[in-house]
Design a protein around this ligand. Structure first.
Ligand code: ADE
Length: 281
């Protein structure tokens, strides 16, 4: 997979040389290219921002440097021939624009983007990029405006690091153990829509604290059941919205008993509601 990042702070992307992503780069599984946007700003001060039309606080990123930068990156050598199959939507890049006003970045979107051969990230500073840039490139590429959460950061570089890590760990051969993301919280499949429960490792006792007996029982069925109960418990506590929107058919008899023990009850549509929420008749 090829990744391009266009930024006014190339050094902010240094963490892409470290750990999982760094190793994937070293192995040639990821071709990461970080570009300094100011290389395409031609005045003496390499200006990339200006005051907003209509007034208001802050500055807006000028369209010309972004246009030149994107033209140059898009025109640069295509990704490997085998990378652009039909399922991946052709060999053109997906342009990912981090912005707090984008669609939410989810595990589902990470999985979709991990199947693409080429991603171009355009992290902005200030109040964002002149709107005409997204409009222009949406005519010739797949442009996604994406938010990593309901909070406002000072720029899109940290969101790029977040998204690249979520995507890179899904690439074949990057994590080492293909099973590792099967049980991820938010992974499609067995533990769908439940958060992962707690995990333990050696020593068997630490500061007077043991590990749950069931985990050392060797009983695979009981261990799986315990993990599922812990996932239900943690999800009910931290993300009750995920339980409430679960298809009730996804819960077996034991799940229901666990949810009941946590004070949850099924409404008339079968969906579970949290303790204290009126159950419809
Ligand atoms: N830029 C600033 N805040 C952001 C957010 N929450 N997601 C993506 N890009 C951003």
């Amino acid at each position: 997979m090829r990744l391009d990042v266009i930024t006014i702070f190339p050094e902010y992307l240094e963490p892409l040389n470290v750990s999982l992503v760094g190793k994937a780069r070293a192995r040639g599984q990821l071709d990461v290219r970080v570009h300094d946007l100011r290389a395409w700003a031609h005045d003496r001060h390499h200006t990339v921002d200006d005051t907003p039309y209509g007034g208001g606080p802050g500055m807006v990123m000028k369209p010309e440097p972004w246009g030149e930068a994107l033209d140059a990156v898009l025109a640069s050598s295509a990704p490997p021939a085998d990378a652009g199959d039909a399922a991946a939507g052709g060999s053109g890049p997906v342009i990912v624009v981090p912005t707090p006003s984008g669609r939410p970045f989810t595990q589902e979107l990470a999985v979709e983007l991990a199947a693409k051969p080429w991603l171009v990230f355009t992290p902005a500073r200030y109040e964002g990029i002149d709107r005409r840039v997204v409009e222009e490139y949406a005519e010739r590429a797949d442009v996604r405006e994406v938010s990593i959460g309901d909070y406002v950061l000072a720029g899109g570089e940290a969101p790029v690091l977040v998204m690249v890590e979520a995507i890179a760990r899904l690439l074949p051969g990057v994590l080492g153990n293909a099973e590792s993301h099967r049980d991820d919280s938010f992974a499609p499949g067995a533990m769908a829509d439940l958060l992962e429960g707690p995990v333990y490792t050696k020593p068997p006792e630490w500061r007077g604290r043991g590990v749950p007996d069931v985990l050392v029982s060797g009983h695979h069925g009981r261990i799986a059941r315990w993990r599922r109960d812990e996932a239900l418990r943690r999800t009910a506590g931290h993300r009750p919205d995920l339980i409430a929107r679960c298809d009730p058919a996804a819960f077996d008899k034991h799940d229901r008993a666990t949810l009941h023990s946590l004070g949850w009850s099924a409404g008339s549509d079968g969906r579970f509601g949290p303790p204290g929420q009126a159950v419809e008749e």
